[in-house]
Design a protein around this ligand. Structure first.
Ligand code: HEM
Ligand code: HEM
Length: 173
């Protein structure tokens, strides 16, 4: 029997991709307001969502990676090695950026109750290496992730101009 060529991502992959894309837009909006309009009422309002949204994104990316592995036989093949590498880098940073922030959050010894869930009860003092690695890398790698996302969207548009309907692979059949 001939193998049938897979032309589209399935429903679960599409919902995860576009749902997370929306959350990332929100996450970078709040972060940009933080940098450009710091200490304004808007900043205070939006920044309150940064940690819970970041945690939600981490949970979703873990589910998404599991799903990608489980469904790998029924996903369209990568266009080329660069696309595969680019997607891997996106996954790497989607995992690393919030993990570093959570490490710092834990190491700070402060309580952390996202969505009212007592995730970290807190303790006296702090764990220096955890705080230092989060502070050194979380923000910088967060901006690298944004640059990669911009590049990712640019590549999708470039492929379309070359006549390859790559966007269609991520849309409803
Ligand atoms: C994928 C999820 C996340 C992304 C893309 C992200 C992105 C960023 C970026 C780009 C900055 C730098 C802002 C600046 O230059 O001033 C930042 C700062 C910060 N983030 Fe996140 N973040 C995420 C998740 C989290 C989580 C889960 C937490 C806490 C549990 C968190 C806590 C913070 C804090 C406290 C800062 C300010 C201190 C610093 O610049 O490191 N973030 N985030
Ligand atoms: C408007 C924004 C976006 C557009 C138009 C877009 C478009 C696409 C398209 C067309 C594909 C299929 C590529 C292929 O088959 O080779 C894709 C895949 C992918 N995109 Fe996006 N994307 C966007 C935002 C994002 C964001 C914010 C992320 C996460 C940081 C992301 C991560 C990925 C990943 C990891 C894949 C590989 C397939 C998968 O495992 O889900 N995309 N995107």
């Amino acid at each position: 029997m001939n193998a049938v060529e897979v032309t589209h991502y399935g429903r679960v992959s599409r919902y995860l991709h576009w749902g997370m894309a929306l959350l990332f837009v929100w996450q970078f909006l709040t972060t940009s307001v933080r940098v450009l309009l710091s200490d304004t009422a808007l900043d205070e309002l939006l920044w309150a969502t940064h940690k819970p949204t970041g945690l939600l994104l981490l949970v979703l990316v873990v589910l998404r990676m599991d799903w990608a592995l489980l469904s790998r036989a029924s996903r369209p093949a990568a266009l080329n090695a660069a696309a595969r590498l680019g997607h891997l880098a996106l996954y790497g940073l989607m995992l690393l950026v919030p993990s570093l922030a959570l490490l710092r959050q834990y190491g700070s010894g402060r309580t952390f109750e996202p969505f009212g869930i007592p995730l970290m009860p807190g303790f006296e003092g702090e764990i220096e290496w955890m705080v230092a690695s989060g502070s050194l890398f979380h923000g910088v790698l967060g901006w690298v992730l944004l640059a990669l996302i911009v590049g990712h969207v640019a590549m999708v548009m470039w492929h379309r101009r070359q006549g390859q309907d790559v966007l269609g692979r991520m849309l409803v059949r």
